[in-house]
Design a protein around this ligand. Structure first.
Ligand code: SIN
Length: 277
């Protein structure tokens, strides 16, 4: 297994691993270690069907049941698809993941990781951008760190403050998704012990104890700070890439900057996580 860092803070490329073959303990622990150190694992040159992807990601944890079952694959329902070919009921195209967020933070125990496998890509564009929320937190002033240290945010499926409209939950999914959950604005990573900012513009509806105008100003400021280029890794997809990232210490977003007559289609799996603390 050969690895190359993709930036000096986030992302590592892995070459020479075949996820359809049994991996020995040394490779397994190197992959897990690389994931914790570099937060985005880009495993190149994979050739996986849905079931093989599912089997491969179980190396890193248990599969998390994704919320909106309308995107489940018929023959492998724990895998969902991401596609640029779905539309909202008003006819507008739905681009999943466009806008910085962390996945399913409206769950009491949000998924620790998300894994995508590219099946079809546009010729150019459609990158996934990541921001390192450890670094963003570390660089906050002491005054802001003190201010947010004990704040807790209310996360819902679709925040009324979100500028991005999600696809409504399927009827089947509605019963599985809680109305709201509360998570700290700063969380400590259970594996590394590092603190990370934990915000989500799509899902945060309120901050407990703060008036709404102050909440929105604070969240805007934190997002503007966190999404600065210096904290980013921008993944340019290649067919065969399996990309796994750590939702506990990253935000990510999909880009809709490509020719929409070209199909962008990926498989997505999530892995169970802990209650943020
Ligand atoms: C997502 O937010 O899960 C999708 C990211 C992407 O399509 O690049």
């Amino acid at each position: 297994m050969i690895t190359h860092l993709l930036t000096d803070h986030t992302g590592v490329e892995v070459i020479g691993v075949d996820l359809t073959a049994p991996l020995n303990d040394k490779i397994k622990s190197e992959l897990i270690d690389a994931f914790h150190r570099h937060l985005v694992l880009v495993i190149r040159d994979q050739n996986l069907d849905a079931q093989q992807m599912l089997d491969a990601v179980r190396l890193f944890g248990e599969v998390f049941a994704q919320h909106n079952k309308r995107f489940s694959l018929a023959d492998c329902p724990q895998i969902h698809y991401l596609s640029n070919e779905d539309h909202h009921s008003d006819g507008n195209r739905y681009i999943p993941g466009a806008g910085f967020h962390t996945d399913h933070s409206n769950a009491p125990e949000p998924p620790k990781a998300t894994v995508l496998f590219a099946r079809s890509l546009p010729e150019t564009g459609g990158d996934t951008q990541f921001v390192n929320m450890y670094s963003a937190y570390d660089d906050l002033s002491d005054t802001i760190k003190l201010k947010i240290a004990d704040l807790k945010a209310v996360h819902v499926y679709q925040s009324r403050h979100s500028t991005r409209k999600l696809m409504p939950l399927s009827e089947e999914s509605q019963k599985d998704v809680l109305d709201s959950v509360v998570h700290p604005l700063v969380r400590t990573h259970p594996e590394t012990g590092r603190k990370a900012l934990y915000i989500n513009p799509i899902r945060i509806e309120a901050i407990e104890g703060l008036p709404e105008p102050e909440t929105l100003t604070l969240l805007d400021e934190l997002l503007a700070h966190a999404t600065q280029e210096k904290y980013q890794y921008r993944h340019k997809w290649r067919l065969g890439d399996l990309v796994m990232w750590d939702n506990r210490c990253l935000l990510h977003k999909a880009n809709d900057d490509y020719d929409m007559t070209q199909l962008r289609y990926l498989y997505r799996v999530m892995l169970k996580g802990d209650k943020p603390i």
